[in-house]
Design a protein around this ligand. Structure first.
Ligand code: RP5
Length: 155
């Protein structure tokens, strides 16, 4: 993530990865404040064994696109909700990648971070049966919870 201040959003990605049993690391790497670290991080990610990178940032959110430019690993971008523009700035600056460098952009804020964790697990699940099974179990339980609670007025 671009800043420690992004953690209250990005922890929802970590929570989902925990839930699905996917190991991960969490790092603050800023496109603007630590550009050399960003290049080192992205360039070495694949050889360090990472399979997917979730990059969350807010405002003029260059982090996901710059990371994607330095690695061929899939990069999932999470627009963090900014104070000034409610994350619309983050969303547009992450989603509007020019053709040729791909960033998979999720929703603004908590839902986007949660789904980034889920989508990362689904990507891992294409080659790891344990993770694929965990994703399928999570989704089946989610479905069952909705079916078991049809009345919103019931406690
Ligand atoms: C971005 O600037 C970060 O991703 C964060 O969302 C935003 C504000 O950062 P702080 O000023 O709170 O460190 O680079």
């Amino acid at each position: 993530m671009g800043s420690k201040s992004d953690w209250p959003t990005m922890e929802h990605a970590a929570d989902m990865l925990d839930k699905l049993g996917v190991p991960y690391e969490t790092r603050v790497v800023s496109a603007h404040r630590t550009p050399d670290l960003l290049f080192d991080y992205a360039k070495s990610a694949s050889e360090r064994g990472l399979k997917v990178i979730i990059a969350g940032a807010g405002g003029a959110a260059h982090l996901p696109g710059m990371v994607a430019s330095q690695t061929s690993l899939p990069v999932l971008g999470v627009p963090v909700q900014s104070k000034a523009l409610n994350g619309l700035d983050s969303l547009l600056s992450i989603v509007q990648m020019p053709g040729g460098i791909a960033v998979g952009t999720l929703a603004i804020g908590k839902a986007g971070a949660t789904n980034a964790g889920l989508l990362a697990a689904q990507i891992i699940g294409t080659f790891d049966d344990t993770v694929r099974q965990a994703v399928e179990t999570f989704r089946a339980q989610q479905t069952q919870t909705v079916l078991d609670n049809p009345d919103p007025k019931a406690s």
